[in-house]
Design a protein around this ligand. Structure first.
Ligand code: ZN
Length: 233
C-alpha cells in the first residue's frame, strides 16, 4: 500500500500501539508505556548461534503482548505493524553493529501468500532494508508446502519438516546476506534457508527476527488454554 493510502487509513482508523492497542497520537505504533516494558532479552540474549548462520538477532521475546501483536500481524490483517517492527529490528541491528550486503526474507508458499494476501517477512525485510539503506531482494522460493512448524513437535521433527522446502531464485558471489523472518523458535527454518543461500554462493548469512522464544519456552507446543502457537508458520 502507498504511504498516501496508509495515511488515509490512519484517518479512518486512528493508529493504535501495535502491542497494547492504546491510541497513539504521533502515528508511531509504539506507545511510551510499551516502549519501556516490552519483553526484551538482555543484549547478549538477543544474539543466538544457529547452525548455518553467522548470528541471529532478535530484539524481543515472543511472549505476552508481543505474541498477541504478532498474531494480529500474521492472522488478523494488521499488516501496518511492519513499520514499528522493522524500526525495532533495525535499531537492534545497529546496536549489535550488524551490517550486510543485501537483505532478503524467508518466503511464504504461494498458497499461503494467496490466503494471507501479504508476505509478513517480506514487508519486514523491505522496511529494514529501507531504514538501513540496503538493497532488498527476493532470493528464495518456497517449493514445498510443508506442515506449519507449529504443528510439529521436537527439534528433530521441525528440522526434517523444513528440509528441501526452499530453492534459490538467484546466485551470489560471496555476499553477506541478511535473512529476515518474524519469529525464531528452534532456528530450523532459518538454518535451512541459510544453507540454501550458502549453497547458492552467499559468503555469509546472518538473520534478524522481531522475536525469539525464550529458552524454556521453545514455543512449539499447544498452549494449555487451547491457543495454538503460530511460531514459524
Ligand atoms: Zn503500547
Amino acid at each position: 500500500m502507498s504511504r498516501l493510502g496508509e495515511r488515509l487509513l490512519d484517518l479512518l482508523y486512528p493508529p493504535k500501539c501495535a502491542f497494547c492497542r492504546k491510541l497513539v497520537s504521533d502515528g508511531r505504533m509504539l506507545c511510551p508505556d510499551c516502549e519501556g516494558r516490552l519483553p526484551a532479552p538482555e543484549k547478549e540474549m538477543q544474539r543466538q548461534k544457529i547452525s548455518g548462520l553467522a548470528v541471529c538477532l532478535s530484539p524481543l521475546y515472543y511472549t505476552g503482548d508481543v505474541r498477541q501483536s504478532l498474531h494480529r500481524y500474521k492472522f488478523q490483517g494488521a499488516a501496518a505493524y511492519y513499520r514499528v517492527y522493522a524500526e525495532l529490528m533495525s535499531a537492534c541491528m545497529k546496536e549489535h553493529g550488524l551490517t550486510a550486503d543485501l537483505v532478503t526474507w524467508v518466503p511464504l508458499s504461494r498458497k499461503r501468500l494467496r490466503s494471507r494476501g501479504y508476505d509478513q517477512a517480506r514487508l519486514l525485510a523491505e522496511e529494514v532494508a529501507r531504514l538501513q539503506g540496503l538493497l532488498c531482494e527476493r532470493t528464495l522460493e518456497k517449493i514445498r508446502n510443508n506442515r506449519a512448524q507449529s504443528g510439529t513437535s521436537g527439534v528433530e521433527q521441525r528440522r526434517k519438516n523444513v528440509l528441501g522446502v526452499y530453492r534459490p531464485v538467484t546466485s551470489f558471489t560471496g555476499e553477506h546476506v541478511l535473512l529476515i523472518d518474524d519469529i525464531v523458535t528452534t532456528g530450523s527454518t532459518l538454518g535451512e534457508a541459510a544453507k540454501v543461500l550458502l549453497d547458492a554462493g552467499a559468503g555469509e548469512v546472518s538473520a534478524l527476527t522481531l522475536a525469539r522464544t525464550d529458552r524454556e519456552d521453545r514455543g512449539f507446543r499447544t498452549e494449555s488454554n487451547g491457543e495454538i502457537d503460530y511460531a514459524d508458520i
